[in-house]
Design a protein around this ligand. Sequence first.
Ligand code: CP
Length: 322
Amino acid sequence: MNNLSLLTMKDLSVNDILDLLNDARAFHISTKDWQFPPRKALAANLFFEPSTRTHYSFLSAENQLGFKAVDFHASESSLTKGESLYDTVKTFESIGYDVLVIRHPQDEYFKELENIQIPIINAGDGKGNHPTQCLLDLLTIYEEFGRFEGIHLLICGDVAHSRVAASNKEALEKLGAEVRFCGPKEWEREGFPFCDMDENIPWADVVMLLRIQKERGASLAGMSDEEYLNRYGLNKERYGRMKDSAIIMHPAPVNRGVEIDTDLVECEKSRIFKQMENGVLVRKAVLKRAMGYAPFEKVSAMDPFEKVDLDHPAKGDDHAAH
Ligand code: CP
């Protein structure tokens, strides 16, 4: 496996994470137009599961960086003739692709790909890992609070099937945040003990809702959407008890009116669409790293844990690091 692959958040040290977040911020502040040198690097997006945000933000990031990017369509490929995942990926390597972005329903599918030498970026494996979602969540939290140390996250809902919950627990605890989980008892996961949602709403700096993953076997077990919202979701009453400074996050897609009241999806505290915006920035940073480029210089002289107003960067922040 190429050591510039990104498969899980365990692959990244704290410094690696901070470098990627810094590069993502640089892509927003000072190096918006940064591209690879003229040789068109080739990227392929292999999505074996549906995706809107991850797939099309990778495509946007690839286009912005000057890649020649293609999408793989499993139903039109030789997978339909019985070719394996390994042989499919090995084929992309053999015919000259430089980097592959892969989403697959199998947990840790990448363990089958250890002999592949080009970098692989994991765009989600089963209920295992979603490292670029985690990085965009980290960027969103960092932008809001300017630090991770001591930040309280409450992750609510279908934790059992959530690769987002798994990646965020791994990274945020490493960065000094405290993460708690809540939801229906049947969706509790080993190593992710549940707490009481109502008791912990006023504690949280970030309330992160998770979608019920019906495609992985989760079900409401006869509960109506309204009943789920009132028992386990972010309804208006719980919203009213959040801290003034707290924010709402959700990896999306959102089931409006189920895990969150539809009126709260775009409310003042919601950062749900900001998360998507940040997804393009972190995916540019991850692709740049995968292609072997060193991190940009720090986007400001400030400590990486200090707050930077991305809309009004401090003077001197606009150096380009081409
Ligand atoms: N958050 C997320 O992974 O969304 P998609 O499934 O649309 O990519």
